[in-house]
Design a protein around this ligand. Structure first.
Ligand code: M6R
Length: 601
């Protein structure tokens, strides 16, 4: 997803701006560019490809103001011309933009009729010309007028050649954060480039316009009324966002899982049992329906919640991918709770789903990793997963923490409804000890040989049953998104209804097969697959010798309560995918065509 950085203040080296932009690389991009003012002229350098290419192109100069951008193409092909920043006809106004302008065709027509000449195929360039159209000596006023005509989503940063001490920014639908440091004001798409300057940040809200000048920022609404926005203190330090000696962020983040879980549990374990203070205002006792909405990995976490809670309570639980949910007619009543899960807190489809159900009067609980992100601000309550920054595009420790928080949430609901038994007690005890179990798994997970063998296959079938089916889905997603192997997942009982036709010696099966309540069932499905001469790798619990006779490769995790296998098996499927991607020569941190934060529909 596009990334924006802007700096205005005392003189700085242009390289610093590019270094700051580099902190947003993890969001995914296809091109990058910067603009700065020198001697009253805007200079722009843009390039297709990596930021390191941009670094090679820039001159060693200083400026007082600059904007930089990583682009993830939506309108117009990824190339040097379509890369941001974009300028107006005079070349005096430069802009970077994240989002999509839905009415850009109409606006472009109008601007063309007024004599504006366009250089790129982007929707963004329209904004530069629109600001030019309204510019009468005051950049803020021109931006204000222009954004009032935009339909769609935007976060923009704008500068003008005649005002080297000024940046104007605006947001609607795409995130933008401000920080005030000693020698500069900095704005960015998220806090990562800002924390080296200051840990106190302001998240612009929908419709906000900010003026950054003379070491101060002023925020107004779209009518020009001054607004006061809360300053958030961010705990993450820069080191937390570095690789700490690991080859990739993804592997570092997998190894951070035990600490991440500890952070998710802090303050949420009481003598009475699991307790999420955040939920105090919700009448959990009378909740009869729960609707979970999420995308990708977060959706898989939601499915685990459904299997877990419905096992114990007669609550009607529905899980949907947000891109479907938002276009359905969702029935909400005062006994319905909506849970929106998004590690980034910015996923466009999930955000829109939140807006839709809120309009219908639903209470929304967000589960997110990003403090102050849009979904958290628009939901009634947020339960943070506290996983720390996740830089690798593939969700790993945030998936684990989503599960932890969802187990806590489920247990909390069940306890408040008066549903508690020995099985739940065992789950709770396991959850509390899970950081230790994770350390054990990560220490003993020597699967390089398996990975080295399986890396040569072009297809993979993941299977699971019951609460272990979402693990199959997540395993397949991890493998396909970073290793580009065609991995698919099925509830194992579905194999014989079609997918088993695919199986042969070239199509291995990855079975999620702990000795839980559906063990005998999945064992039969493994046998069926074996009969088609598919090679089988399975993950099961320690002490299970049964599968040794059937499968080709077996991976063990500690024995756990049935409900807890999705948690304890997560590092296995993640590590398997990571090793294969790395061995195939791909960079697991930056998978092709993917972005960390999907802020467009
Ligand atoms: O930030 P979110 O949790 O809302 O993101 C949802 C998906 O885009 C995300 O989980 C995606 O599937 C990742 N590539 C998974 O590794």
């Amino acid at each position: 997803m596009c990334g924006i950085v802007g700096i205005v203040g005392t003189e700085f080296k242009i390289d610093e701006l590019v270094d700051d932009l580099q902190k947003l690389e993890y969001r995914g991009y296809d091109s990058a560019g910067i603009a700065y003012v020198q001697n009253g002229i805007i200079h722009i350098t843009k390039t297709l490809g990596r930021i390191k290419n941009l670094k090679e192109k820039i001159k060693p100069v200083n400026s007082y103001v600059g904007i930089a951008h990583t682009r993830w193409a939506t309108h117009g092909a990824p190339n040097d011309i379509n890369a941001h920043p974009h300028t107006d006809c005079t070349g005096k106004i430069a802009i970077v933009h994240n989002g999509i302008i839905e009415n850009y065709v109409e606006l472009k027509e109008f601007l063309k009729e007024n004599g504006h000449k366009f250089k790129s195929d982007t929707d963004t360039e329209v904004i530069a010309h629109l600001i030019e159209e309204y510019f009468e000596g005051d950049l803020y006023k021109a931006v204000l007028k222009a954004v009032n005509e935009l339909k769609g989503a935007y976060a923009i940063a704008v500068m003008h050649a005649d005002f080297p001490d000024l940046l104007v920014a605006a947001r609607k639908g795409s995130p933008l954060v401000l920080g005030k440091a000693k020698d500069r004001l900095i704005l960015a798409s998220d806090v990562t480039p800002i924390i080296k300057y200051t840990k106190d940040v302001v998240f612009l809200e929908e419709g906000d316009i900010a003026v950054l000048k003379d070491g101060e920022y002023k925020i107004t609404d779209s009518n020009g009324n001054i607004l006061i926005r809360k300053v958030y203190h961010i705990e993450w330090d820069e080191a937390a966002a570095e690789k700490s000696g690991y080859k990739h962020f993804m592997i570092k983040e997998i190894f951070e899982e035990p600490e991440a879980i500890e952070s998710a549990l802090v303050g949420r374990i009481t003598k009475e049992g699991p307790s999420l203070n955040e939920l105090k205002e919700i009448d959990l006792e009378n909740i009869e329906k729960i609707k979970l909405v999420a995308c990708g990995t977060s959706y898989h976490a939601a499915l685990v919640f459904k299997y877990f809670v419905e096992k114990y309570a007669d609550i009607d639980i529905e899980v949907d991918v947000a891109s479907e949910f938002r276009y359905r007619n969702i029935n909400i009543d005062d006994r319905t709770l909506v849970i929106a899960i998004s590690q980034s807190g910015e996923t466009a489809d999930t955000l829109e789903s939140v807006r839709i159900v809120k309009k219908k009067g639903a209470k929304v609980v967000a589960i997110s990793n990003v403090v102050g992100s849009t979904i958290t601000r628009e939901s009634d309550i947020t339960v943070y997963m506290n996983a720390g920054p996740e830089i690798g595009v593939a969700a790993t420790k945030t998936y684990v923490n989503q599960l932890v928080v969802l187990y806590l949430l489920g247990m909390n609901i069940l306890r408040i409804k008066g549903i508690w038994n020995n099985e739940l007690n065992r789950d709770f005890e396991f959850l509390k000890s899970s950081p230790g179990f994770f350390r054990e798994v990560l220490q003993n997970l020597n699967i390089e040989d398996f990975a080295s063998y399986y890396k040569n296959y072009n297809h993979f079938m993941y299977i699971g049953r019951g609460i272990n089916y979402p693990t199959a889905l997540e395993g397949a997603l991890k493998l396909k998104e970073i290793s580009y192997i065609n991995a698919t997942a099925y509830p194992a009982g579905e194999l014989k209804h079609g997918p088993i036709a695919l199986l042969d010696p070239t199509f291995p099966v990855f079975a999620i097969a702990p000795q839980g309540y559906l063990y005998e069932k999945i064992k039969s499905n493994i046998e069926e697959s074996k009969a088609r001469r598919a090679r089988i790798v399975a993950v099961t619990n320690e002490g299970n010798k049964d599968l040794l006779k059937i499968v080709d490769d077996l991976i063990y995790v500690p024995k756990a309560p049935d409900d807890m296998y999705p948690l304890i098996m997560s590092p296995v499927i993640q590590m398997f995918a990571y090793l294969i991607a790395d061995m195939r020569g791909y960079d697991p941190d930056k998978p092709r065509n993917l972005a960390k934060s999907v802020t467009v529909e």
